[in-house]
Ligand binder design. Structure first.
Ligand code: ATP
Length: 344
């Protein structure tokens, strides 16, 4: 295992009160893999990632990197071990008074690398992150995505075995997020760097992670291969994160017309959530024939991971009252989550 966290607990003490930020978290990340840790605000993500390189010292528990117990190292040995752990941040943390090349050179200067070697390595790294032509720019003149590329080049300068990403794309727009995630995946494959990232966005997990761990209130509540967790989420929180990545909102036009209770001849608007246990979307035509109802699809977002289909569909069901009810019960019997959002 490249990263191994054993029974990590972190308690913050403030005056007389104490906050339990992490409770007994154990996690492993095999060499060359990408683990995403997802959780809501305050769940303990930042604390967890900062415990990996001991920016934050766990109250109890052990951190192993490449088999070595960081928690037991003396300061000098720890400083050396930390060079094998790169980190990138949401707000890039570049030195504004140094050029792009100067930022990337910084860790090499600290480790007393000879000048001509620094020059060569910096040029190589800037080429790698697609900023070969920006060496003499200052960070202030770069876009967010370019700044994050500089930060990635800087952290790769010392050839880390592990890369920690602390909400690295949270300040970026969706297209830039994709390009940075692609770069991280490319680096992971090319150099076999093990990545641990924290995020509050399931789309980030879906885009590049091999495995995902869900934390809530400082506890690890679910973990597994990304495709398994997407298809067979076990906890409500995992389900909510998946749903939030699916954008299954009612279109504005419906939102205005929908009423909370049935009136006269109006029809239910229903949200169907499919997971790995559910029948496929073909069930809609089946129910239509069996119960003589019309299923009008308002919006749908279905996805595949690991050969399993899952997703969300919003439908308007037109038919007799009993037939409509029977069709919804039929979906439930096929392990589809059914929620009536209102009536139109
Ligand atoms: N230095 C600190 N002193 C006291 N409490 C802290 C400290 N750092 C974090 N906490 C508390 O620990 C808990 C976890 O915080 P943490 O920042 O790790 O969560 P997070 O999941 O990263 O949240 P966000 O996504 O909002 O950054 C919170 O209750 C927070 O208030």
């Amino acid at each position: 295992m490249m990263i191994e966290l054993k029974n990590i607990t972190k308690t913050f003490y403030k005056n007389t009160s104490q906050v339990s930020a992490l409770s007994n978290i154990s996690l492993v990340v095999p060499k060359g893999k990408i683990l995403g840790v997802i959780g809501a605000s305050g769940a303990g993500k930042s604390t967890l990632i900062r415990c990996v390189n001991l920016l934050e010292r766990p109250t109890s528990g052990e951190v192993f990197i490449g088999g070595r117990n960081l928690t037991s190292l003396k300061p000098a040995a720890l400083a050396k071990a930390r060079r094998e752990i790169g980190m990138i941040f949401q707000h890039f943390n570049l030195l504004s008074s140094r050029t792009v090349a100067g930022n990337v050179a910084f860790p090499l200067e600290l480790s007393n690398t000879p000048g001509d070697e620094i020059k060569k390595r910096v040029a190589e790294l800037l080429e790698l992150v697609g900023l070969g032509d920006k060496a003499n720019e200052y960070p202030g003149n770069l876009s967010g995505g370019q700044k994050q590329r500089v930060a990635i080049a800087r952290t790769l300068a010392t050839n880390p075995k592990v890369l920690l990403c602390d909400e690295a794309t949270s300040a970026l727009d969706p297209a830039t997020t994709r390009s940075i995630l692609n770069l991280l995946k490319d680096i992971n494959k090319r150099f076999q760097i093990t990545i641990l990232l924290i995020t509050h966005e399931m789309n980030v997990v879906k885009a590049i992670c091999d495995e995902v761990a869900v934390i809530s209130e400082g506890r690890l509540i679910e973990r597994g291969p990304v495709s398994d967790v997407f298809a067979y989420p076990e906890t409500t929180i995992a389900k909510q994160f998946i749903a939030s990545s699916l954008h299954a909102a009612l279109p504005a036009e419906y939102e205005q017309r929908v009423s909370p209770t049935p009136q006269g001849q109006n029809h239910p608007v229903v949200k169907l959530e499919f997971n790995g246990h559910s029948a496929g979307a073909g069930i809609l035509s089946e129910a239509s024939r069996m119960f003589n109802v019309d299923n009008n699809i308002i919006s749908a977002q279905m996805d595949y991971t690991g050969g399993v289909k899952y997703g969300v569909m919003l439908i308007e069901v037109a038919g007799g009252e009993n037939d409509t009810k029977a069709s919804l019960n039929y979906y439930r019997s096929k392990h589809i989550d059914v929620e009536v959002l209102g009536y139109v």
